[in-house]
Every structure is written in C-alpha cells, then in structure tokens.
Design a protein around this ligand. Sequence first.
Ligand SMILES: Nc1ncnc2c1ncn2[C@@H]1O[C@H](COP(=O)(O)OP(=O)(O)OP(=O)(O)O)[C@@H](O)[C@H]1O
Ligand SMILES: [Mg+2]
Length: 259
Amino acid sequence: MNAKISFRNVSQTFPLKKSTFTALDEVSLDIGDEEFVTVVGPSGCGKSTLLNLAAGLATPTSGEVLVDGRTVTGPGPDRGVIFQQYALFPWLTVRGNVEFGLKLASVPAAERRLRAERAIGLVGLTDFADALPKTLSGGMKQRCAIARAYAVDPQVLLMDEPFGALDALTRVQLQDQLLETWSRDRRTVLFITHDVDEAVYLARRVVVMAARPGRIHSVVDVDLPYPRTEDIRLSPEFARIRNAVWTSVYHQTPAAPAA
Ligand SMILES: Nc1ncnc2c1ncn2[C@@H]1O[C@H](COP(=O)(O)OP(=O)(O)OP(=O)(O)O)[C@@H](O)[C@H]1O
Ligand SMILES: [Mg+2]
C-alpha cells in the first residue's frame, strides 16, 4: 500500500503531578493514499490526540508520524483539519471564515470568492454566507467549519467528530455529501467518530481503539462497494460489519487497570 499517512510506534504521554499519563501507546497505522479511514473508540482513548499528531499540532513523545514519507513537523496546507469543537472566527462572516484559509494560501480574491461560494454551497449555507457565527445554530457552525476545510482543497482531510453535534437528518446528508466529494476528488480522509454506523458507512477500514492506554484494538475491513447507498446501509452485510465493530468497541477488556 502506498501510505499517505504513517504512524510508526507512536506514543504520547502527558505529565501528571506525580506520574505520566499514556494517551497513546505504540500506535502503528498506515493510511493509504486516497483511503477513507474512520476511527472509533471509547471516550479518552486518544482519538483526538492521534488526529492532532497527523495535523502537526503536537509532536509524539516517541515514534514518528509521516505524511507522504516526510516527518510531520507542523501544520500545513496539505492537511485540512476539522476540530471536534468547531473553531470559527466570531468576527468574520461565514464567507469570511471560509475564505480565511485561502487568504493565508495567497489565493487571489476572485478565485477565493468562487471557491468559498462552492464550498458554502456544498454544505448548504448559501443563504447564510453573510451571517456571523453567533447567529448560526450549532449544526450550521459545524457546516461552516467543514466548508472552510473543503475550500482549501487539501490532499488530506483530518476530521474529528465533525458531525457529532448535528441532528440525525443533517448528519446523514453530510455523510453522503462527504462521500460524494471524496469519490470525485479522492482525498485521503482520517475521520473520527463515536457513531459506529457512521464509521462503517463511510470507511474502507474502521480502526477500533481501546483506552488506558490508548492503542489500536483492531482494524475492521469494510468490504462494501462505493458509492454507498441507503440499500447498503440497510443490508445484512452492513449490519454484520456494524455488529462486529460494535462488539470491538463496547466489549473491550481493559489492558490495564484504570489509572
Ligand atoms: N494536554 C493534555 N494533558 C494531559 N492529558 C491529556 C492532554 N490531552 C489529552 N489528554 C488525555 O489523553 C487522553 C486522550 O485524550 P483525547 O482527547 O485524545 O481522547 P478522545 O479519544 O478524543 O476522547 P473523546 O472521544 O472524548 O473526544 C484523555 O484521557 C485525556 O484526558
Ligand atoms: Mg476527541
């Protein structure tokens, strides 16, 4: 496999008053170019920590994170990040927020406008392009954050529970729209979620993590064709894979006693 993102024996510890806390313990994972990988696992098992390392927002205590074979040393325009807590600039409108990353990348104004408009349209916020974040619902703010990442058109999308705050209908719509965008543009996607159905519906492989210490419990192949459709979502094969992932997530035996 041609790895786009590689985690090699990655450990991340955080200092506590009298000891250290192991958030990630010797995690190794290769994510292929243009692959869609989802990560599920109990709260606190290190999912966001893993994503932050790929984003270059943190450096591992030991081991290595590589993108395109190069060690990650910081954030870059090749990787678009959508955070668990939507991070919008409150003083900028939806359009301003979406254009922000393009400005940083020195994209000329006219093209900025076009790309922002397209991304805003994709997430269904066209009528709110001139609204400030404080006037938007939680779901709309998150859609704005998604549009901001889409607009920059990065090779890698790092998404940390992007649809977690959304209602079920919007969530399903955005899942389909994300898959549609992915089928067309074939980015590499690392997508974290709490939702086992979502994990299976989107991914080619589901990484199940375990907590204390944070580690990879298992990797489940999702042998379902793309495009994923409602028929697939309702198929016995989907249910079988979903049940396997569910069992891995919720019937884990802890490797160590709780710290
Ligand atoms: N800066 C930090 N200092 C100390 N501990 C931290 C720090 N960041 C994360 N942790 C701990 O590391 C563990 C993993 O955190 P992380 O945010 O990666 O979990 P998560 O799997 O994303 O959880 P959730 O599903 O709730 O978002 C947690 O127990 C957390 O308390
Ligand atoms: Mg998290």
